[in-house]
Design a protein. Structure first.
Length: 175
């Protein structure tokens, strides 16, 4: 069956923001995520869930499902091998805490955890390593996702942030 297209013109703003950020000299050479971390505004406005000493947790602005989190180091580093020991430890501690919070907040059946390393891996922000933590439910791959490549998100980013804040425990309970 050939791939069909459902035009989601709102996505063009996202795509162009990536192109613009790569061409924009005002970024000072900082990655998109470094700019979000340093930007004016509250953590709530940025949908920033947790700031650690070396890493932070952020809701994905363009989620695969409600509660989709990104866990990343404070500094732009494209590769796992480039992380310091402290960054590495905190990153994975926050990934574990994120998975636990997603399970408590959303009562999901599973969580996908993944990283795209390098441009060929499919990530749009390959200059700054980030770990995706995506809550999943039995049956969430319905006809819209399969037939129309469209996702239904029943919870807004603000609601997801509130639910995750209420469920957050870090260090993780078993740490």
């Amino acid at each position: 069956m050939p791939l069909e297209h459902l035009w989601a013109t709102w996505r063009s703003n996202y795509v162009m923001s990536i192109v613009d950020s790569r061409l924009d000299d005002s970024s000072g050479g900082r990655s998109l995520f470094e700019r979000i971390l340093a930007a004016d505004g509250s953590d709530d406005e940025k949908h920033l869930l947790v700031r650690g000493r070396h890493c932070f947790v952020l809701l994905n602005k363009f989620p695969y499902s409600s509660g989709h989190l990104l866990v990343l180091p404070n500094r732009a580093e494209p590769d796992l091998e480039g992380l310091t020991t402290a960054e590495h430890a905190e990153l994975w501690s926050l990934v574990t805490a994120s998975v636990s919070a997603l399970k408590r907040a959303f009562e999901c059946d599973a969580v996908n955890v993944g990283i795209n390393l390098g441009p060929a891996a499919g990530g749009s922000q390959s200059d700054h390593l980030h770990v995706h933590c995506v809550p999943r439910w039995v049956g969430d791959a319905n006809f819209l996702g399969i037939a129309a490549e469209t996702r239904v998100l029943p919870v807004s980013l603000d609601e997801a942030l509130a639910k995750l804040r209420a469920a957050w425990e870090w260090p993780a309970p078993h740490a």
